[in-house]
Design a protein around this ligand. Sequence first.
Ligand SMILES: [Zn+2]
Length: 463
Amino acid sequence: MLYLSVRLTQHFALLFICLTCSEANGDVGSVYFGPNHPMKPHRLCMTHHLVLSYELHKKMEIYRPHKAYPVELAQFHSADYVEFLHRITPDTQHLFSHELAKYNLGEDCPVFENLFEFCQIYAGGTIDAARRLNNQLCDIAINWAGGLHHAKKCEASGFCYINDLVLGILELLKYHARVLYIDIDVHHGDGVEEAFYFTDRVMTVSFHKFGDMFFPGTGDVKEIGEREGKFYAINVPLKDGIDDTSFTRLFKTIISKVVETYVPGAIVLQCGADSLARDRLGCFNLSIDAGNSSISAVDVKVSLVVVLFAGHAECVRFVKKFNLPLLVTGGGGYTKENVARCWTVETGVLLDTELPNEIPDNEYIKYFAPENSLRIPNGHIENLNSKSYLSTIKMQVLENLRCIQHAPSVQMQEVPPDFYIPDFDEDEQNPDERIDQHTQDKQIQRDDEYYEGENDNDHMEVG
Ligand SMILES: [Zn+2]
């Protein structure tokens, strides 16, 4: 089962999408890509339980996202591709070898049980998150199940089938003249960049490993957008082993200048956790959230403690400070216990809540043994990014940004209406079953203490 949550507080609102795991119900956390496939959706269950064990759910409200309709997915994807994803099953795929090749389904992007429902749920979550931001029902929206940045208009790519980020950005563009997309996954955010390569209404900024035939092979600093979109795609190509200090410094310098120049109305942040040290597919050396306390004595009695943060979560902390409507998603991440650690720390960062390093008892505690600690240290791999290399990249990016004199003014057209979103899965369940599901959800919410009071709402109206 999947929930999506929003809590409005006095000055700050947050929306959160997460899930409880139930093999019987089939959700994004229990689908199975195959025995040797590195993508383990189970990492989402682990994240969820870790968030619960730190009681972060008490600071948010949780909503179940709607399953995106095929017509919503076709806002970006071609109708024939969406229709094929809907139709294909593991049992019938041998009859469609031509289509499988055409849509790039197979080894990296296998056809598995409940594939289409999996896409509908994670994409529905990101779309709902954007609609809630548009309607000012929250300031920050999180969908850790989303962030599948490689999917293309007419084909699957790199474990991604439907590009929920593009769909979320298209929603935000109904209300915002300019949307900024930031991607800190170790892989280039090629699907999102490609979707908006010719427009100045979306600026895409991707920090990623580039070279040595690393997937997907795009994302050179020279790729800057074309036509109306020229200078509105930014690529920061990096080499193996980039560390906290150099990554964080480069990120802050570039993102500050981008926000100052582009003046976005909303930000989408893809937090792929495969840029962490020790990722199964990654090659960077980032910690989750390294805090270095530097103590400076003001006089004999008083000392001033300054904590300097660096690492993956520091990027999230930095982006949050712009106080713009913010949609945060997951992405890659293939050492699953570290993915859960990272996204839990980042949920805490978004809630301004510091989390103790010792992981509280939870259903998945055995995965975090023996040290049971939330934060992970950096690895010991060599940083192949020399100071001069990083400086050259930085200068090139800043020079391109100077070509944008002002934030482009956009003639906003009439806002198209949101799709009507019925409660839960109206199209697939009969009314009796629907009530049962709803009752069951309420029961689960009570059991898990998702809500503290009678006044919390768990409705589904979106947009
Ligand atoms: Zn990735």
